[in-house]
Design a protein. Structure first.
Length: 269
């Protein structure tokens, strides 16, 4: 089972479990494809066990009922792209004892973040008249850019079992630190061959580890959906591309796929 990405900035290792009643959980979404929420439903063997531990008070994907006023844990998918979404996120944070961000869009701004320099800064270049339904737009950003996030489940989409682990930590507590190593270390552990040796670009040399290098194990280069590791050395990664005959411009372009809003992406070469 792959490692996940707990933050624990607010809970300090203590869960939100109340022995006198089930923990109340809500699942909400901002700018995303809802794919991470669908992934949760794919863990058929364990879904009922998970639901049996909580009171699922609200799930945006499955119900049009209004969100309850009181709950313990907020599970949130998607990037924040409007002023309305930012306000809603702050309200969720104020009401929740724990907040779990799931998926690349929520943890790095993900796919919506690609538009940070085009549509959201210059919407008239895309639409002559921006639809009023969009509301007041802001540059896409991850949840952690606006509020404290207690736990993160990364990748696109999430691994449902990683989500289960993270929910357990929110319920019962955990002091485990976040992963900061690069995904290349997982390839070494798995004894898989390196794409750079074949002259192919792979983002594993700067991407946060924790997914178990699933794509690489399936014969596909890493796309970087877990986000840049805080210990990644982008200048050294560019030199590695040059050494192996891999296009540096392709590396920089791929880097922005899931990291457009990360300041490290735009550091000088």
């Amino acid at each position: 089972m792959s490692e996940t990405y707990p933050q624990g900035r607010r809970l300090n290792g203590k869960g939100v479990r109340d022995r006198n009643r089930p923990v109340r959980v809500v699942v909400a979404s901002f700018a995303s494809c809802f794919g991470c929420q669908l992934q949760i439903t794919n863990m058929e063997q364990h879904l009922m066990d998970v639901l049996g531990q909580i009171d699922l008070s609200y799930w945006q994907l499955t119900s049009s009922e209004p969100m309850p006023e009181s709950f313990d844990v907020a599970v949130v998918e998607g990037a924040v792209t409007t002023e309305e979404a930012e306000k809603q996120l702050r309200e969720l944070r104020d009401r929740a004892k724990a907040l779990i961000a799931i998926g690349a869009c929520a943890t790095t701004a993900g796919i919506p973040g690609i538009a940070a320099k085009s549509f959201y800064e210059h919407p008239s270049a895309v639409y002559e008249h921006v639809p009023q339904a969009c509301g007041a737009m802001i540059s896409p950003r991850p949840l952690s850019a606006i509020v404290d996030v207690d736990f993160e489940v990364r990748c696109c989409p999430v691994d449902p079992y990683d989500f289960t682990i993270m929910l357990q930590r929110a319920l019962y507590g955990s002091n485990k630190l976040a992963t900061t190593r690069m995904l290349c270390s997982d390839c070494k552990r798995n004894e898989t061959s390196c794409f750079f040796g074949e002259g192919q670009l792979c983002m594993g040399l700067v991407t946060s580890a924790g997914c178990g290098a699933r794509c690489v194990n399936l014969g596909r280069p890493c796309q970087g959906c877990a986000g840049i590791s805080p210990h990644a050395n982008l200048a050294s990664a560019r030199k590695s591309c040059e050494r192996y005959g891999v296009s540096v411009s392709d590396f920089d372009e791929k880097l922005e796929l899931f990291n457009q809003t990360n300041q490290a992406t735009h550091e000088a070469e």
